[in-house]
Design a protein around this ligand. Structure first.
Ligand code: NDP
Ligand code: GUE
Ligand code: MG
Length: 291
């Protein structure tokens, strides 16, 4: 069996075309969707992300402001930047690149973001609303994964989904979204005993670990759908996922590549959330006028 390669670039392009039309409609009403990205220090994965995000904003006619700071920035300085962005009517989305330097408390920073501008979906209010199935900005990577499955007509209902990883930004929320789509969900992590014994039971396997090519055929049930979230460097410094693509493609039914799989979807969902936020703002202004 040779797996079908899930084309995240193609799907993200289609989503971005729809976002672009929404941007055009907003512009007709005098609103330019604006995203503020805050980058502290020199994390290389963050730099890639920031670069791709800026390109996408430009292509869609959105505004993107980069607020870049040295890794010596204090927590108070960062909090006051967020306060300014919260109060700036031109800014509809605020994204603070994680991880942050050790002197800054990530939780305090996320808590300071106005939930109405929380396009990353990391604020406890967004997380809580997602958990109880209420309207919320969904975290971009998990949401992008669900959109990929939908595009390929892969329905999680009744399927056993195994998620490797339990971070707040990928592992935990992707399991929740799968649960909402009626999957049976198992979480694995670094303390899991005999990882392969769980992953071999997965109809859908999501790997969000951060270890180059850890997942080979021995972890896979034949015919499984495999979603590779990892962004790693291999022994030659080349970008690669958690999954050994050449090996696993011989036994999986569908498989995402790295690059070109989940990554571009993360960006597309961020663009969508930012436009949604701008639309929400306009709606609010309109209802205030009629009061
Ligand atoms: N493509 C994209 O859009 C994005 C890609 N990423 C990439 O996805 C990967 C995961 O990101 P993130 O969730 O932030 O990372 P974290 O480091 O926060 O989480 C990694 C998770 O993997 C678990 N883990 C680590 N080693 C093993 C192991 N040997 N066996 C089983 N589980 C293990 C950890 O377990 P424990 O909790 O016990 O420590 C943890 O839950 C990274 O490579 C990151 O770069 C991230 C965001 C977006
Ligand atoms: N607050 C916050 N939100 C995040 O969503 C967030 C973050 N911080 N910190 C870093 C991680 C990582 N991440 C990526 C998203 C897309 C690509 C991406 O565009 N990848 C492309 C290109 C990769 C390349 O060419 O280098 C691909 O996989 O094809 C990469 C990495 C979001 N993260
Ligand atoms: Mg920190």
């Amino acid at each position: 069996m040779t797996a079908t390669t899930i084309d995240g670039r193609a799907v993200s392009q289609k989503i971005k075309e729809q976002v672009k039309m929404r941007v055009e409609r907003l512009k007709e009403q005098g609103v330019i969707p604006g995203l503020a990205v805050v980058l502290v220090g020199e994390d290389s994965a963050s730099h890639t992300y920031v670069k791709n995000k800026k390109k996408s904003c430009e292509a869609l006619g959105m505004r993107s402001d980069l607020h870049q700071f040295p890794d010596t920035l204090t927590e108070a300085e960062l909090l006051s930047t967020i306060e300014e962005l919260n109060n700036d009517p031109q800014i509809h989305g605020i994204l603070v690149q994680l991880p942050l330097p050790a002197q800054i408390d990530e939780f305090k920073v996320i808590l300071a973001i106005d939930p109405a501008k929380d396009v990353d979906g990391f604020h406890p209010i967004s997380v809580g609303n997602m958990m109880i199935g209420k309207e919320a900005f969904l975290p971009c990577t998990p949401h992008g994964i669900m959109k990929l499955l939908e595009h390929y007509d892969i329905n999680p209902a009744g399927k056993h989904t195994v998620v490797i990883g339990r971070s707040n930004i990928v592992g935990k929320p992707v399991g929740q979204l799968m649960l909402q789509k009626d999957a049976t969900v198992t979480y694995c992590h670094s303390k899991t005993t005999d990882l392969a014994s769980f992953t071999r039971q997965a109809d859908i396997l999501v790997s969000a670990i951060g270890r180059a090519k850890l997942i080979d055929q021995s972890f896979i049930k034949p015919g499984a759908v495999v979603i590779d979230v990892g962004m790693n460097r291999d022994e030659n410094g080349k970008l690669c996922g958690d999954v050994d693509f050449a090996d696993v493609s011989q036994t999986a039914s569908f498989l995402t590549p790295v690059p070109g799989g989940v990554g571009p979807m993360t960006i597309a969902m961020l663009m969508e959330n930012t436009v949604q936020s701008a639309e929400n703002g306009l709606q609010k202004d309109k209802s205030a006028e009629t009061m």
